[in-house]
Design a protein. Structure first.
Ligand code: NAD
Length: 471
């Protein structure tokens, strides 16, 4: 079985586990579980040296119960149809958990990004976009890609530009993709949204005394030791916000291996060291671990897998020492490992909830693109004026004046970034309590992943039932 097929089986197993706890008709559950469409295509690439390569690519739309569908584009050597379908399914459930009104989709190109020049990557990305346009698999009301493993704002800019060139009559063209640079219709806060969302989720979970007591941990994030796997977009930003929140980074794993320092690692210094030396191994004051997988088994309170799927399996799960697993990556834990971790009383904060910050802020970016106005532009000055008048009235009544910095903090009107972070925080906190309540209703032996999946299935099932069948 290919890695992609095992991953798809893993997602379907999680679905089945949850579906068995719902009362929906089996046919309806079967409809929800199925990936609606998947397209595979190949196209030629002229390399810089004049030779030709054949590029293999996919796009899967798991469910169109809400449109557009939404999901990242991955550049990786392991991309295949099954992996793309598994990730598309996760997107459907994720969007439902955090009430983002999209169906799930995912795309991928089977390449090792590092083997191609920037010019070659641009040609691959633009041709991929062209193929999506031709097949009606992209558009602000159809299917809206975003960054994922191996892609970022640069690729999203190429996609937006290619789409806009072809569909020059589409006034909403910039809404065809999210995760764009701000200058090209992107939104402030998108780049770090998944990591920030993860932080909000972990902070919320650690703030519930009853749940922390059950794990033998104190309440709150401060002082909790964590390990992160992957220093990419999700892993780096998650680590940054967790450190800012008072947690201590004691271990890091990257492609080349892992490093450990029980007293704490300086994240920025590790990143700078890696940039200079092309490796984290040898970072001053740290102990090197032979393989990246070893870092998963380090002594810590919170483990943040934020690289790839299927990292915590039945084989290594018994050796995991963390009390909380905060899934930044999609599908890092297999169902068998889930069972083992639950027996070990480990709290798994599941991907379909915890890494939904990216798609949440992508939703905000899409709304911004459709409304053609930056968030905060209309009300910021008005709100500031109102707050100033209110404050000045209170100062008159109390015959006391605040110093200018205090007054500024109170009267500051919200900028785009303030609104984005506030919307993200509200989403992550609200969704956590929704999933936790569902879990309570299902009984003590149900894990959070199953509870999140039940939450998602219930929301999608209502829509499927109410929209009926066409024709
Ligand atoms: P990225 O390409 O920015 O970073 C991935 C990092 O993992 C890289 O630094 C890479 O070197 C490292 N890595 C690769 N193999 C590794 C290994 N065996 N051990 C340790 N590190 C390894 O990708 P990303 O966007 O951060 O995505 C990471 C995961 O998060 C993926 O599963 C992705 O699907 C998921 N995700 C991403 C987003 C997003 O907004 N980018 C949103 C939701 C979920």
């Amino acid at each position: 079985m290919s890695a992609g097929a095992s991953f798809l089986a893993q997602v379907e197993q999680s679905f089945d586990r949850a579906a068995a706890l719902t009362r929906h008709h089996p046919t309806l559950l079967g409809q929800i579980r199925q990936c609606n469409t998947v397209v595979q295509f190949s196209f030629p690439l002229r390399r810089d040296d004049g030779t030709l390569d054949t590029i293999h690519a996919w796009r899967a739309e798991h469910s169109q119960h809400k449109l557009p569908t939404k999901g990242g584009i991955r550049y990786d050597v392991n991309v295949d149809a099954e992996e793309t379908m598994a990730l598309a399914a996760l997107m459907t459930y994720k969007c439902a958990v955090v009430d983002v009104p999209f169906g799930g989709a995912k795309g991928g190109i089977r390449i090792s990004r590092h083997k191609y020049s920037e010019g070659e990557l641009e040609r691959i990305t633009r041709r991929y976009t062209f193929e999506l346009v031709r097949k009606n698999y992209i558009g602000p009301g159809i299917d809206v890609p975003a960054p994922d493993f191996g892609t970022g704002p640069r690729e999203m800019a190429w996609i937006a530009d290619t789409y806009a060139q072809i569909r020059s009559d589409d006034i909403n063209a910039l809404g065809c993709v999210t995760g764009k640079p701000v200058a090209l219709g992107g939104i402030r806060g998108r780049a770090e949204a998944t990591g920030r969302g993860l932080f909000y989720g972990v902070r919320e979970a650690c703030g519930i005394t009853e749940d922390m007591k059950a794990l033998g941990l104190t309440t709150g994030l401060a002082g909790k030791r964590f390990v992160v796997q992957g220093l990419g977009n999700v892993g780096f930003n998650a680590a940054r916000f967790l450190v800012e929140g008072g947690a201590i980074l004691v271990g890091i794993s990257e492609r080349e291996g892992g490093i450990h320092n029980p007293k704490g690692l300086d994240l920025d210094k590790v990143v700078a060291f890696r940039k200079e030396n092309n490796t984290i191994i040898g970072f001053p004051g740290s102990t090197a671990l032979p393989t990246s997988a070893d870092a998963l088994e380090l002594d810590c309170d919170i483990l943040v897998p934020a690289a790839l799927e299927r990292q915590i399996l039945a084989e290594n799960a018994p050796r995991i020492k963390a009390k909380i697993i905060a899934e930044g990556a999609n599908g890092p834990t297999s169902p068998d490992a889930d069972t083992i971790l639950q027996k070990k009383n480990v709290l798994v904060l599941p991907d379909l909830y915890l890494n939904a910050g990216g798609v949440t802020v992508s939703y905000f970016e899409w709304l911004k693109n459709l409304s053609h106005v930056r968030f905060g532009r209309m009300e910021k000055r008005f709100d500031e004026g109102f707050a100033r008048r209110l404050l000045s009235g209170m100062e008159k009544l109390s015959e006391r004046q605040l110093d200018p910095s205090e007054a500024e903090a109170i009267t500051h009107g919200a900028d785009e970034i303030d609104l984005v972070n506030s919307g993200l925080e509200e989403t992550m906190i609200g969704a956590y309590h929704g999933v936790r309540e569902t879990r309570k209703g299902l009984g003590a032996n149900v894990d959070l992943r199953t509870a999140a999946m039940v939450t998602a299935i219930d929301k999608v099932a209502v829509i499927y039932r109410e929209m009926g069948i066409f024709p």
